[in-house]
Design a protein around this ligand. Structure first.
Ligand code: HMG
Ligand code: MG
Length: 310
């Protein structure tokens, strides 16, 4: 029987780069997205339509979207399809994302928080206000035929509000699903989750009736627990994982947060248990080395440099 498939959502061009202090040239961002597109990945988050005074690094997202539509990256095979999601925080961001009818994002993502402290710092409003702002974003996007993914940040704990009760995550997850999000990505924004806390959280979501097919794990690796936490997700039936090539990244509004679990390490791990990602790991490792070098960052993957040294 064919190997079971695990979907990887590559977030390097967005989550990975958004925290870079020096503006990464547009050509480098496009080069990254193009190179990632040749590895077999099927979802590559490409930017975000947020306020440029909040996250200047993402201010060129319209250009990225336009470029991807005009010059679709070369794909591994003719049948291969890639989705390039963009983050959208409000209707203003949605207007920008949908401004060009010939360059529509294949999907968008909204991002709520399970903690009040981070909601205020990241979105400048309470959780409840943020959900009220997201509702028209989701309904207009769906009307336009654009699917919407929902992120929840600080699902384990928050540097501003302390430990997050699993019920707080369940509450936001059910509301985002109710709004029409097709998938909920569980963000351990500051990487403080451990196998036990992640297990308790996922089991609470499943017990509340959230279908496992609608869950994704989005784990940052600040404390080195991201891979083992992905294992816990996998053991609970989750088959969608977010990661960042070379482990790039960190969140501008979450102090102490470092990058996502590296895509190289995640792919290596998933393949090791006999599951399939469709990703060419050697090629991916080369992209990780290239982007680390291009932006002058240490490669935070373990697997990538190890493979390339062989
Ligand atoms: P605000 O300041 O309350 O917004 O920010 P506002 O409505 O008062 O507008 C302020 C200014 O921003 C105005 O411009 C607006 O036009 C402009 P001015 O009149 O002063 O010149 N503006 C916009 N411009 C472009 N696009 C827009 C937009 N909206 C307003 N969409 C707001 C509220 C939500 C806009 C702001 O807080 C924001 O942009 N936040 C985003 C922060 C962010 O991007 N964080 C990182 C992504 S989340 C993340 O990384 C976590 C995740 O990875 C999961 C995990 O790890 O947990 C997803
Ligand atoms: Mg993140």
């Amino acid at each position: 029987s064919p190997a079971e498939h695990v979907k990887i959502v590559e977030v390097g061009p967005r989550d990975g780069l958004q925290n870079e202090k020096v503006i990464v040239p547009l050509a480098t961002k496009l080069g990254l997205i193009e190179r990632l597109s040749s590895t077999g990945l099927r979802v590559i988050e490409a930017g975000s339509f947020v306020a440029p005074k909040w996250v200047p690094q993402m201010a060129d997202s319209s250009s990225i979207l336009a470029h991807l539509s005009k010059h679709p990256p070369q794909l591994p095979t003719a049948a291969h399809k890639i989705s390039y999601p963009f983050l959208v925080p409000n209707t203003k961001g949605l207007d920008a994302a949908l401004a060009n009818p010939t360059a529509r994002p294949s999907e968008i993502a909204i991002f709520a928080s399970a903690s009040e402290g981070f909601s205020q710092r990241n979105l400048n409003c309470s959780i409840e206000e943020s959900l009220a702002r997201f509702a028209p974003v989701v309904s207009r996007a769906l009307d336009a035929g654009v699917p919407v993914r929902g992120y929840i940040s600080m699902v384990i704990a928050c540097p501003y509000s302390g430990p997050t009760p699993p019920e707080a995550v369940v509450d936001v997850a059910l509301k985002l699903l109710d709004m029409g999000c097709y998938e909920i990505s569980l963000g351990d924004t500051t990487g403080v989750g451990t196998p036990h806390t992640v297990d308790v959280l996922i089991k609470a979501l499943l017990a509340a009736g959230v279908p496992v097919e609608k869950l994704a794990c989005h784990f940052h690796d600040t404390y080195g627990q991201a891979i083992v936490n992905c294992m816990v997700g996998l053991a609970n039936g989750v088959r969608v994982f977010d990661s960042s090539v070379a482990g790039l990244g960190g969140c501008p509004y979450a102090k102490g947060a470092t990058g996502n679990v590296s895509t190289e390490d995640l792919v290596y791990f998933i393949h090791s248990v006999g599951m399939d990602t469709g990703v060419d790991l050697q090629r991916l490792a080369e992209v990780g080395a290239w982007i680390s070098d291009s932006i002058g960052r240490k490669n935070n993957s373990k697997v990538g440099p190890a493979l390339l040294a062989k």
